[in-house]
Design a protein around this ligand. Structure first.
Ligand SMILES: *[C@@H]1O[C@H](CO)[C@@H](O)[C@H](O)[C@H]1NC(C)=O
Ligand SMILES: *[C@@H]1O[C@H](CO)[C@@H](O)[C@H](O)[C@H]1NC(C)=O
Ligand SMILES: *[C@@H]1O[C@H](CO)[C@@H](O)[C@H](O)[C@H]1NC(C)=O
Ligand SMILES: *[C@@H]1O[C@H](CO)[C@@H](O)[C@H](O)[C@H]1NC(C)=O
Ligand SMILES: *[C@@H]1O[C@H](CO)[C@@H](O)[C@H](O)[C@H]1NC(C)=O
Ligand SMILES: *[C@@H]1O[C@H](CO)[C@@H](O)[C@H](O)[C@H]1NC(C)=O
Ligand SMILES: *[C@@H]1O[C@H](CO)[C@@H](O)[C@H](O)[C@H]1NC(C)=O
Ligand SMILES: *[C@@H]1O[C@H](CO)[C@@H](O)[C@H](O)[C@H]1NC(C)=O
Ligand SMILES: *[C@@H]1O[C@H](CO)[C@@H](O)[C@H](O)[C@H]1NC(C)=O
Ligand SMILES: [Cu+2]
Length: 579
């Protein structure tokens, strides 16, 4: 059966219908799952729900899971690679932060207490659609005021999607100080596997604080090299002794699911394992027809769920991260970042075979992934929408500033755009970079042109976008409709929530205006969004207030009042976009 599932399988969906369907209707979904979602039937989830279910229209019932978090500051903290950092900010004293594990359809409640000394905080649930719950999106200055020190806030939202994602602070570059973690949402899968190895973040790691790095990157355009790259929160210290490699343990002859996450502030990279291929089954929160490859590209914010078969000789193998020089994809003082893939029956040792570096993808992500649940963007409507061109430009005259369509975003922590929505005020300041998207359920098309030599991992809140096309290595911006439109793919293209805008190039995206809310679209390099690289899609603004409950509006107003009382008397000066 498994051999039917290959990337060339146009037959995939049809065959899977037989393969993946669950037992007939039963009263208890969990009971059904006992015979469903097993190593030989991962496409199945529960009665009426499987890999072919359109998760944007149907969600299984679930339970409520509550998490209690405290964000705190620590000085002179000894990190996982044995070196001391002057300051970190951690959730429940964990690095990375606690993993949220839940099932498709569950409701998540997170009580966040801010015990930082000076900073506000706000937690964004990356990639979650938040249909009808824009106010839970955690983007400070946009959907909420920051939570002031000493205050708490409760986030509550439904998991309508499943797969692998992460959360992080959206208060300036604060996630670079440690306020981030993984989210695993169990659900069906497009390929069978035996063992779920769980979330596996691979991140850049810096000894200076994120606050120091923001100031540095405001004054000098080339971003600093990272001091290390951590795999699952650890690595050896490349500068000397200390630390330990991350060790992924494989059981011989079993198929393992590994949930790769890039929670970096700057680095995008290629990941490979010596002697092993990986089979990709999901791009961000979108299940895809399985695609086997020797290396994968993982941009900042992106996730890839991969299957690794422990089919090779029992031993130890390097998992490598490659940062090609000259692509502005990031540089590290760890010149060969790596983890160890260890077969459980072999003795522990460092691998000996260095392998070969994968072909350099030029800091571009693959658009070869085919979503299981299909979407079609009507390309015949595309030309009329060409006014939706957004140019990304860099201005280094005084400070390093990133603009979109001629303006750098600078959100007001005291007065989020949600305030304008609630009061019906449409006089948005230019610096809020508001773009109205009004037509209900219409497809909207966006041509993003990069007038800079630096690639940008572009992330949209509240939606997965369709990536209709991106410039090839020989093409540069501007997008030329006469020659470039023919190459766009409207029929079920790659769909995800982060994609690479190539250096000097363009990318064309589409999403449907089916989620009223206030959704930012920004570069996920912390230094770039801090420097202004974002817009705010104000989607169907007239419907937004009506979907916010009175209780949520009160909580919002109370938090804003507490924030303003704190911040306006703190003497702290906001030095960046606030995102
Ligand atoms: C952290 O270490 C520095 C340098 O060793 C020292 O000056 C400072 O007092 C320490 N801070 C705390 C809070 O211990
Ligand atoms: C955030 O906290 C850091 C560390 O305490 C501090 O250096 C920085 O100025 C603070 N920024 C804001 C905007 O509160
Ligand atoms: C990642 O680290 C966590 C916490 O130490 C551990 O439980 C988990 O097994 C690790 N994951 C892998 C794939 O090694
Ligand atoms: C990896 O995939 C390539 C191309 O499909 C294939 O030639 C190679 O044998 C595979 N390697 C392993 C270790 O399975
Ligand atoms: C793992 O094995 C499955 C079949 O059991 C196959 O479909 C998949 O391509 C294999 N993946 C890799 C990375 O070898
Ligand atoms: C993988 O990492 C190891 C350990 O740092 C290194 O020796 C090896 O050269 C790297 N291989 C590749 C292909 O990057
Ligand atoms: C870009 O800015 C121009 C000039 O301010 C404006 O007319 C246009 O509508 C903006 N484009 C978008 C997509 O908002
Ligand atoms: C860059 O910024 C400077 C200082 O704010 C301004 O004077 C200049 O006009 C800007 N250049 C461009 C091309 O926008
Ligand atoms: C609407 O917002 C603008 C910009 O912040 C402000 O100047 C104006 O006073 C507001 N209008 C009303 C009626 O509150
Ligand atoms: Cu960027």
């Amino acid at each position: 059966m498994r051999s039917l599932i290959s990337r060339t399988g146009i037959l995939f969906a049809g065959l899977l219908a037989g393969f993946g369907q669950c037992a007939p209707s039963q009263p208890n979904e969990l009971e059904v799952r006992g015979s469903c979602n097993t190593p030989t039937n991962r496409a199945c989830w529960s009665s009426g729900f499987d890999i072919n279910t359109d998760y944007e229209t149907k969600t299984p019932s679930g339970t409520t899971r509550t998490f209690n978090w405290e964000v705190k500051e620590y000085d002179n903290w000894t990190g996982p690679d044995g070196r001391v950092k002057s300051k970190v900010m951690l959730i429940n004293n964990q690095f990375p932060g606690p993993t949220i594990t839940a099932d498709w359809g569950d409701t998540v409640v997170v009580n966040v207490k801010n015990s930082l000394r000076l900073n506000g905080t706000s937690i964004h649930w990356h990639g979650l659609r938040q249909l009808g719950t824009n106010i839970q999106d955690g983007a400070n200055g946009v959907t909420e005021c920051p939570i002031p020190p000493g205050s708490s806030k409760t986030y509550k939202f439904r998991l309508t999607q499943y797969g692998t994602t992460w959360y992080h602070s959206h208060f300036s570059a604060q996630y670079g100080n440690g306020v981030f973690g993984s989210i695993v949402i169990n659900g069906p899968a497009s390929l069978n596997y035996d063992i779920d190895l769980g979330a596996y973040p691979i991140q850049d790691y810096y000894l200076p604080t994120a606050d120091e790095l923001v100031v540095q990157t405001q004054h000098t355009p080339p971003p600093p090299s990272s001091n290390n790259v951590l795999f699952n929160g650890t690595n050896i210290n490349p500068a000397g002794s200390g630390g330990a490699y991350s060790r992924i343990t494989l059981t011989p002859n079993k198929r393992h699911r590994l949930r790769l996450i890039n929670p970096s502030v700057e680095h995008s990279y290629q990941v490979s394992i010596v002697g092993h291929n990986m089979t990709v089954i999901a791009t961000d929160l979108v299940p895809v027809n399985s695609l086997t490859t020797s290396n994968v590209f993982l941009g900042v914010g992106q996730r890839l769920d991969v299957i690794i078969n422990a089919s090779q000789k029992a031993g130890n193998y390097w998992m490598n991260v490659t940062l090609p020089a000259a692509n502005a994809c990031g540089t590290s003082l760890n010149l060969a970042p790596a983890a160890i893939v260890h077969y459980s029956t072999a003795p522990n040792s460092n691998p000996t075979d260095p392998g070969t570096a994968p072909p350099n993808l030029g800091c571009r992500d693959s658009l070869d992934y085919v979503p299981v649940v299909t979407r079609q963007a009507p390309l015949d409507q595309f030309s009329a929408s060409l006014q939706n061109t957004l140019d990304v430009t860099l201005n280094t005259t005084t400070l390093v500033v990133w603009k979109v369509n001629g303006s750098a975003i600078n959100v007001d922590w005291d007065r989020p755009i949600l305030d304008y929505v609630l009061t019906g005020n449409t006089s948005y300041p230019r610096s809020e970079n508001v773009i109205n998207v009004d037509q209900k359920n219409a497809w909207t098309f966006w041509v993003i042109e990069n007038i800079s030599p630096v690639p940008h991992p572009m992330h949209l809140h509240g939606h997965d976008f369709l990536v209709l096309g991106a410039s090839s290595p020989t093409q540069t911006a501007p997008f030329n409709p006469a020659t470039d439109k023919a190459g766009l793919k409207g029929a079920n293209p790659t769909r995800r929530d982060v994609t690479m805008l190539p250096a000097n190039g363009w990318v064309v995206l589409a999403f449907r205006a089916d989620n009223p809310g206030n959704w930012i679209f920004h570069c996920h390099i912390a230094w770039h969004v801090s420097g202004g690289l974002s817009v705010d899609f104000l989607e169907r603004v007239s419907e937004q207030k009506g979907q916010i409950s009175a209780a949520d509006q009160t909580a919002y107003q109370n938090n804003c009042a507490a924030w303003r009382k704190y911040f306006d008397n703190s003497g702290i000066v906001k030095i960046d976009s606030g995102l």
